[in-house]
Write a protein that binds this ligand. Structure first.
Ligand code: ADP
Ligand code: MN
Ligand code: MN
Ligand code: MN
Length: 331
């Protein structure tokens, strides 16, 4: 049988890497070949030495093409067989290997904005919608826009077997969120990239383009984040709140380093307004949506669980953000 295998990888576009993909027709899903691509067209190699290598690392059913077709997430290697400089997954693999004993878990809330004809979905031509307020978790044709795509995407994530946790309409009209996790750093990140791929790909069918830019509309409109929820085994056990507080202390000392890797455009989003803490400041608190780090109310009450890093932007590289959180909090 001929199976369409969609090979997906992260490119070298600056300042924010993009997803790329191409199709290989295979006959055995248990024997997927390595493959090559023209790195000079993805900002990953010079034209006179353009070959890059794709190595499959994660596969799942392709819910858009249907059975027996598959999606194949790949890591990129250079011609010498070393992880490519854009291959942040390889670094996370190493870090995870070192700290596996801590059993780090992640859940990422991926916000995104839908556009059609260079306007956010549902926005009137040449103007603005009503001020923010009714749109978050809203219902009704005047409150939420793009539900057709959102529902198709949720179905696709479930059919692909991803760790999809939930979805909600966001504060700015045309903005939505899905959550991936709770799972290990590699699995959460792999699933997040596949979920992003499915969103872009389904968007083609609805003539909706999705952007992860952290401040798609300037002014009094919420930006788009990727709140990253994190715990280790000892945080999840009774008394774990002490471990959470110690981790937050360590995070406060490496704030600038994290901010630097939490998405291009972060200073436009983390202004101190719109449920954010200014990027120049580090604050934490229970149930505080104006903090850098939020301890959920339930966690504070029961004395163990996880915390939420609210700083990461929608356009993060999840392999980088999960690695930094592990390195800072577990070292
Ligand atoms: P919010 O209230 O910030 O909008 P959501 O309901 O959107 O939160 O998302 C909660 C996130 O927390 C999910 O991604 C879930 O996977 C994650 N999460 C729950 N428990 C844990 C845990 N113990 N460790 C890490 N992440 C967790
Ligand atoms: Mn959320
Ligand atoms: Mn949100
Ligand atoms: Mn959140």
């Amino acid at each position: 049988m001929k199976i369409k295998a969609e090979y997906i990888w992260v490119d070298g576009t600056e300042p924010t890497h993009k997803l790329r993909s191409k199709t290989r027709v295979v006959t055995d899903v248990n024997d997927l070949p390595q493959w090559g691509f023209d790195g000079s067209s993805t900002n990953q190699a010079p034209g006179n030495n353009s070959e890059c290598v794709l190595k499959p690392v994660f596969t799942c059913p392709d819910p858009i093409r249907g059975t027996p077709h598959i999606l194949v997430l790949c890591e990129v290697f250079d011609a010498q067989g070393n992880p490519h400089s854009t291959n942040s997954r390889a670094l996370l693999r190493e870090t995870y290997e070192r700290f596996k004993g801590e059993e780090p878990w992640f859940g990422i809330e991926q916000e995104y904005t839908m556009f059609r004809n260079s306007r956010p979905l549902g926005w009137p031509e040449g103007g603005y919608p009503a001020p923010q307020g009714p749109f978050y978790c809203g219902v009704g044709a005047d409150e939420v826009f793009g539900r057709e795509l959102v529902e198709a995407h949720l179905d696709a994530c479930i059919a692909a077997g991803l760790d999809i946790y939930g979805i909600n309409a966001e504060v700015m009209p045309g903005q939505w969120e899905f959550q991936i996790g709770t799972s290990s750093p590699l699995q959460c990140s792999d699933h997040l990239l596949i979920a992003r791929y499915l969103l872009y790909r389904l968007g083609e069918q609805f003539n909706i383009s999705v952007t992860l830019y952290p401040k798609p509309v300037h002014g009094d409109w919420n930006g788009a984040g990727a709140h990253t929820n994190f715990s280790t085994k000892s945080m999840r056990e009774p008394g774990g709140i002490k471990v959470i507080e110690a981790a937050i202390q360590k995070l406060s000392k490496r704030h600038d380093h994290h901010i630097k890797h939490y998405g291009d455009g972060i200073e436009q989003r983390l202004t101190g307004l719109h449920e954010t803490c200014n990027y120049r400041e580090f604050k934490y608190g229970t149930a505080d949506r104006g903090a850098s780090i939020r301890i959920p109310l339930d966690v504070s009450k029961q004395g163990y669980g996880y915390f939420e890093d609210r700083r990461p932007c929608a356009n993060i590289d999840p392999y980088v953000v999960t690695r930094l959180l592990i390195e800072t909090c577990c070292s």
